[in-house]
Design a protein around this ligand. Sequence first.
Ligand SMILES: [Mn+2]
Length: 362
Amino acid sequence: MALNTERAARVMAAAAERGLSQLLVTDPLSIYYLTGVTTEPGERFFGLLMADGAAPVLFVNELFPLEHPEGCRFVSFTDADDVPALLARYIDAERVLGVDKNMPARFLVPLMESGAVAQVALGSFAVDGARAIKDAREQELMRRASAINDACMAEFAALVREGVTEREVADQLLGIYRAHGAEDHSFPPIVSFGANAANPHHTPDDTRLEEGDVVLFDVGCRLPEGYCSDMTRTFFWGKPSEESVRIYDIVRAANEAAEALVRPGVRFCDIDAAARRVIADAGYGPCFTHRLGHQIGLDEHEPGDVSATHDEPVQPGMIFSIEPGIYLAGNTGVRIEDLVLVTEDGCEVLNRFSHEPRRLDR
Ligand SMILES: [Mn+2]
């Protein structure tokens, strides 16, 4: 384990552009990104203090036996130690401290009250911006995570049988992911039958499969190295309603129109608009109730939405979802989601699982 000096330099350069010269990174995934070590600290403090001209300092409760990453100073403490007082010894009180957006208030507020820092500002944009551009190694891991998701989706579809419940299907997914080399789900899986598919965030329950239902899987896995996949496919069980078939074709066209547009320089909001236009032109605009997508990497959702309000251009190395949907409350719903990697002249769709409509009962 060692500090990734190239990534650390990118982070500090991005911070400097906005006048920040010290950052306290507390997101465990960001610490992993920078140092290769991670832990789930629970309610204990875990942080990496980065400052111009000094080796970063990793603060770890001694309950978590972590390897000392090369290139970092290492400060361990116990449950009896005063964390703000400890941090105060390393923070330059004269300079603004950039802090993570997720830094727990139980650490931040006492730190501010201790006088150890004159001023704080949000600093996570610097690490988030670096994490958004995946390097070659990360791209390879993201391809692998999505290849596993593609292979597993075929097995998930085969679990769907007459009379099965959503929960019975959902409970079997983790074992299949692990058999394919993944470590865990990247988020709680969504398995929705029939009208439940009209809720984009439905939690699998005891609903039994019925003739004519749509069957929606929104699923992803996490590799042992930490990278995530995320894909949605909607299938049919038995003869689908005309409206389910109609909205399937519209959502598929919206997905494919957006994916065809992705290349460096195109704005996130324009990609969102391309999908939204297809759905609105077909008369279902109000039934597409969420943003088109989100960035993804070590975390299942990373900052930088594919949405109407994000007008930055996409850049090579970014990976995000394209996931249009149409939701008809009490009736049916369809979503089709892929991950795309922005390349120098277009994009690589990381999911190869077909968009063709498919009945699972034959
Ligand atoms: Mn997603």
